[in-house]
Each structure stands twice: as structure tokens, then as C-alpha cells.
Design a protein around this ligand. Structure first.
Ligand code: 4AD
Ligand code: MG
Length: 463
């Protein structure tokens, strides 16, 4: 009996011939007079392989003719040149084993389903061409990210998921607690007594691995973390998830410019790598995007990013003559519409905006000599807007402590973080790439819920 093959390998063969075996699920089944055409897909590539069944099969009438979309089969037979259009090979089956039937209510059919509908069946949608392709792109992108950093000597550091520090100081964290929510222990003042909670103090899911990455960088030089992060912000947008993956490099002896240079080569390299690793998937997404995707990605991979400081960006927006929904003024944060205008309309490619007002950025960013801006940077890309956020970190203990206090946070909560500035402090910098936003950019999909296998958003954490 032939060893099982992946459909991708079969379709990539130099020539037909030989006995083969495939295992997968039917994308479609068409039963004609005395012949059945089964489109078997196994998740290894966008397309399936056509298996042709004929009455010679022992179970042809009893089983094969009853096969429908969604059934699981193992098929064996000869790999032959296909007379049909659009496929090189097909399998003339000598045996078809039905491994799993489908119920009458199987929701996937041969036609194209809307992404909205597919979100409701996240347990079955990986079997579709589109979500299967998304998952393969995620896989390839994740591997490309590790290779990028490993090749440059960065060490992969595993930062914690449960934390007692708010890395962004924005209070958008999910609590982790084993206290009984119905009757938590109380302090004499009537507040919840977290000293008797599991960790002896309030604990949360991390919003970013940055603070611990800084510990790593200040000992190992260049490190990166790549893991899940969580934000309890009530944002119902096509670009926000409550759980998303972030890639966060952190470099010792590095300033904002070095950081921006790394961000640019990282993002361009990532896109080039996925273009190379997933040509078939990107052709597929290019089709969904009316042919506008691959050229746009090549353009990003090949052209240098524009760089602007925040004040210049605000002037450009003010002079743009656009009527934005959110007002543009020095001191206001850039909104997605502004980010997209700058990237799509003003420069026509990605750009890096630096030196934002300190009042709209996190406590840990290095304060510039002007006293009102910080060494922050955001990388903005067409269609998605902000894809990377980063900064040079404040490495002066006194300045950092003042910033923590000014931001309404308590230096006591950041004692170890301040300590790092008192013992062998060096200039250092890093950034975070939102992995799902990168996958949105690469696939061209409009909604972030379609590039996360199991999206978590306000009001929804099924599957
Ligand atoms: O700009 P952010 O908040 O930066 C940080 O968390 C820093 N601590 C990173 C660092 O310097 N090490 O988030 C970084 C990126 C954003 O640019 C965006 O791409 C993504 O993470 N991101 C989200 N992606 C999906 N859903 C959300 N709710 C996101 N919030 C941020
Ligand atoms: Mg940001």
C-alpha cells in the first residue's frame, strides 16, 4: 500500500504515475452517470486533488455515491494526468475508504461563504480555502519572524503571560484571580483584599512583554519575545482583538534611529519572506483583492519607508484639505483615518512617525530635550494604519520616576523596572509588531477577526 502523501506534494510532482494515497475532506462531490468526482483537500495547499471513483470500486454504490461535501476519506489509486481544465493530475481511485460521514446540517458548501458567516463556525472554517490559506500564512510568517531574529543573533526570551505590572500603564488589563467574585474577602476599609488572592496581590494578563524584555536586553543584549498579549479595551473595530500575538524585539545600546532601522528591515523582510514561502496562498488572496495585493506587497518589500516626525505629520494632515472625523491638532493622537491618509495618500507606502507628544504616549518612553515629546515611533502602513509601536526607553532613573508619577502611576509598582535604571543602565529601545495586523497586511483581509484562528473581541470568546 502506498504511503500517504500530502495533496501539496502530489500536485507539485514532476510527472504523473505511481500508486498514491491521500487523506482528507471533500470540498465537493459530483456524481455523474457511472462516475464520481471527489475534490479531496487536506489543508496542505489552497486546492484539492480530484479523486475519480467508478463502479469497479467495491463500495461504489453503497458508499462512494453517497459522499458529500465535508466527508472524510482515504483514497488510493494511480496518479494520472488530468483531462480536466485547471488541474494537472487526478487520482483514478482503486480504493476509497469513508472515514467520516457528515450530518445533514454540515454548513460548508462548495460555494463561497461570507467571512461573517464563517466566523460563526470557527470550528469548521479552517477547512475553507480562505481560512486554510490564512493559517498557512500565519505559520510561515511566524517561522520567518523567528528566522529573522535568530539570524541576527537575537535571543528568544519567554516573557510571562500572568503579570503584576501594567506594561502600558493604561489600565486595560484582564484580571487573573481565584477569589470568589460573589463574596471576595474585604479589607477593614471595605475594599477587595487581594493579599489573600492567589498571587498575594492583584494580577492580570499581560498587555505586552516589553518590560520583561528590557530585563532580557539589559543582560543578553538583543532579545525578542513573541507571544500572546491581552487588552481589555472596548474597541469594536476591524483592527482590534482582545487577545493578539505580539513580536517584541528589545535592544541594548540602541537608540530610536537604530530601532526604526530594525523595524523597517524586519517588516520588509517579513513580507518578502512570506511572498517567497506562500506563493500559492498569496495568488489566492490577490484574487480576492482584485489583483491589487501582490504588487502592493512587493512595493512595500522593495521601497524604503518614509520617515517623518509627529509635528510634520500633523502639519501635513492640517494642510491636506481632508475632512477627517477626528480633529487634527498638535497634541491629539493620530487616529486610524489619519494614519491611513499619511500612508496611502501622502507617501503611498509605509512610513515611520517619530517623536510624539509625551502626553499621548506611555510612561516608559525617553523624554526629548524639548521636554514635551518622547522618542516614540509608530510604523504606519496602507490599509491597516499602525502596525508597529515602539520607542527608545527612558534609561534615566530620575526622569523615569517623575514620568511614572506624572502619569498617575505608582513608582512602588515599578520598583524593579526603576532598579534596572540604577544598576548598569544603558540606552535601549524596542518595538512591538501586532502579528494579526501583519497578517492582515499580507493577506489583504479587511477584518482582523478573519486572520486570527479564534478571535476574542468584546462580547465574544467562543471556540
Ligand atoms: O503600540 P502598542 O500598544 O505598543 C506596545 O505594546 C509596546 N509595549 C511594544 C514595545 O515597544 N515592545 O502595541 C504594539 C502593536 C501595535 O502597533 C498594533 O500593531 C498591535 O500591537 N496592537 C493590537 N493588535 C490587535 N488588537 C489590539 N487590540 C492591539 N493593540 C495593539
Ligand atoms: Mg501603539
Amino acid at each position: 500500500m502506498a504511503e500517504p502523501s500530502r495533496v501539496r506534494d502530489l500536485l507539485g510532482r514532476q510527472s504523473a504515475g505511481g500508486e498514491v494515497r491521500v487523506r482528507g475532506w471533500l470540498r465537493s462531490a459530483r456524481h455523474a452517470k457511472a462516475v464520481s468526482f471527489l475534490d479531496v483537500s487536506d489543508g496542505s495547499c489552497v486546492g484539492g486533488v480530484q479523486v475519480v471513483g467508478a463502479p469497479g470500486l467495491s463500495n461504489y454504490e453503497a458508499e462512494v455515491r453517497k459522499l458529500r461535501t465535508g466527508c472524510a476519506v482515504i483514497a488510493e489509486g494511480e496518479l494520472v494526468e488530468s483531462p480536466a481544465r485547471g488541474q494537472r493530475y487526478e487520482i483514478q481511485a482503486s480504493r476509497i475508504e469513508v472515514v467520516g460521514w457528515v450530518g445533514d446540517d454540515y454548513p460548508l458548501q462548495k460555494k463561497r461563504h461570507s467571512f461573517e458567516f464563517l466566523r460563526e463556525i470557527a470550528h469548521l472554517r479552517p477547512r475553507t480555502r480562505s481560512i486554510g490559506a490564512v493559517l498557512r500564512v500565519r505559520n510561515a510568517a511566524a517561522m520567518a519572524i523567528h528566522e529573522f531574529f535568530q539570524e541576527r543573533g537575537f535571543m528568544y526570551l519567554h516573557t510571562p503571560i500572568i503579570t503584576t505590572s501594567d506594561a502600558e500603564g493604561a489600565g486595560e488589563m484582564f484580571r487573573v484571580s481565584t477569589l470568589d467574585p460573589a463574596s471576595p474577602p474585604r479589607t477593614p476599609a471595605g475594599e477587595v483584599d487581594f493579599t489573600s488572592d492567589f498571587f498575594g496581590k492583584p494580577a492580570h494578563l499581560t498587555v505586552s512583554g516589553q518590560l520583561e524584555s528590557e530585563i532580557g536586553a539589559l543582560a543578553l543584549g538583543d532579545v525578542y519575545t513573541f507571544g500572546p498579549t491581552f487588552r481589555a479595551e472596548n474597541s469594536n473595530t476591524p483592527r482590534h482583538l482582545a487577545e493578539f500575538w505580539m513580536v517584541e524585539p528589545e535592544m541594548a545600546f540602541c537608540d530610536l534611529r537604530g530601532n526604526a532601522d530594525l523595524a523597517e528591515s524586519f517588516l520588509r523582510g517579513l513580507i518578502a519572506s512570506v511572498l517567497e514561502r506562500c506563493p500559492e496562498e498569496l495568488e489566492f488572496f490577490d484574487g480576492l483583492a482584485d489583483g491589487n495585493l501582490i504588487d502592493a506587497l512587493r512595493h512595500i518589500a522593495e521601497s524604503p519607508f518614509e520617515r517623518l516626525d509627529y509635528s510634520e505629520a500633523v502639519e501635513i494632515l492640517e494642510r491636506s484639505g481632508q475632512s477627517f472625523e477626528f480633529p487634527v491638532a498638535w497634541g491629539n493622537d493620530l487616529q486610524s483615518e489619519h494614519e491611513r491618509y499619511l500612508s496611502e495618500r501622502h507617501v503611498g507606502r509605509p512610513l515611520i512617525v517619530t517623536d510624539y507628544p509625551k502626553d499621548i504616549k506611555a510612561f516608559y518612553m525617553y523624554v526629548n530635550d524639548d521636554g514635551r515629546t518622547v522618542r516614540a515611533m509608530d510604523v504606519l502602513v496602507p490599509r491597516v494604519g499602525e502596525i508597529i509601536g515602539g520607542s527608545q526607553r527612558e534609561d534615566r532613573a530620575e526622569v523615569l520616576e517623575r514620568r511614572i508619577t506624572d502619569c498617575g502611576l505608582s513608582p512602588a509598582d515599578y520598583a524593579w523596572y526603576l532598579d534596572l535604571r540604577r544598576h548598569g543602565s544603558v540606552p535601549h529601545a524596542g518595538f512591538g509588531l501586532g502579528f494579526e495586523r501583519a497578517v492582515q497586511l499580507i493577506t489583504g483581509l479587511a477584518n482582523i477577526r478573519d486572520v486570527a484562528p479564534f478571535p476574542r473581541v468584546p462580547g465574544y470568546a467562543d471556540f
